[in-house]
Design a protein around this ligand. Structure first.
Ligand SMILES: C[S@@+](CC[C@H](N)C(=O)[O-])C[C@H]1O[C@@H](n2cnc3c(N)ncnc32)[C@H](O)[C@@H]1O
Length: 259
């Protein structure tokens, strides 16, 4: 295998939720100094323009529902490229430690003597509701929020959804669209038929779409509006407490009144 004089290192970088301006300065510096970038499907490809022309850029995400690389192959690619090229940047959507496998990749490469770093990112769990004017906490409406994956490693609904449904917290569910009917049943079982719920697809991007309803009505609304992945589900009184935003951010038209 080809080797380099450079120190092999991995930086796991959060690219933010979609709007290319929602990236940190530190993330941009990491991208600019990368010898190799491995990036996922939810990355805004405009961000790759920060890379140097000599950087090798490899897409390792899902295309048309199929993984181009399995996780084991990505792990091996990181190790091999770090040894042969030096600095590998693993660019991930949102924050790499929020349902992003960032920690798994660091755990994998560490025993190979590769230096490891992380650059946190703005998670879609926070930014996507914010761009719709939804505050995850608001005095008098919500004192906390849960961020839960809808689908576990075994493709089942997370048991935490039932625990969260028993609380008064705002509930944010990622990767939950295929389990929406089950999620609705959980909230119905807690007599929360009238609790407000929002579903936001492609949040913070020009393709953003949103649907609003209650636990009783949301499945019909999702069908009518044809909402699909990638989407975030937000459940709680704060959905009705959203603020009206007037700013046009990065060419996005005002979405705050899209009900
Ligand atoms: C594998 S998780 C990665 C989450 C990411 N690490 C983060 O912090 O945002 C992917 C899921 O995040 C949610 N997601 C990510 N970006 C989104 C966006 N721009 N709009 C809506 N949902 C998004 C969707 O639920 C999607 O299925």
């Amino acid at each position: 295998m080809e080797t380099t004089n450079k120190i092999p290192k991995l930086t796991v970088v959060g690219a933010g939720p979609g709007d290319p301006d929602l990236i940190t300065l530190k993330a941009i510096k990491a991208i600019a100094s990368a010898d190799v970038i491995l990036y996922d499907a939810l990355i805004n490809e405009e961000l790759l323009e920060y890379a140097s022309p000599n950087t090798e850029i490899i897409f390792v995400g899902k295309r048309k529902g199929c993984y181009v690389y399995q996780q084991e192959q990505i792990n091996e690619l990181i190790v091999n490229r770090a040894k042969s090229h030096g600095h590998v940047v693993r660019l991930k959507g949102g924050d790499p430690f929020v349902f992003g496998r960032g920690a798994e990749e660091i755990d994998y490469v560490k025993p190979f003597g590769i230096e490891t770093y992380v650059v946190p990112g703005i998670s879609s769990a926070l930014a996507v509701p914010a761009y719709q004017g939804i505050p995850l906490t608001k005095r008098g409406a919500s004192e906390s929020f849960w961020v839960i994956t809808g689908t576990t490693k075994l493709h089942q609904l997370s048991g935490d959804v039932m625990l969260a449904a028993q609380s008064t917290a705002t509930v944010v569910i990622l990767m939950g669209m295929s389990k929406l009917a089950e999620i609705v049943e959980v909230f119905k079982s807690q007599n929360k038929l009238d609790v407000p719920i929002a579903i936001i697809q492609n949040g913070t991007t020009e393709h953003e779409k949103a649907g609003y309803g209650t636990i009783s009505t949301i499945c019909k609304i999702v069908k009518e509006k044809q909402l699909a992945n990638p989407a975030i589900i937000i459940i709680g009184e704060v959905v009705n407490k959203r603020v009206v935003l007037s700013s046009v951010i990065n060419g996005l038209k005002d979405q705050s009144t899209a009900i």
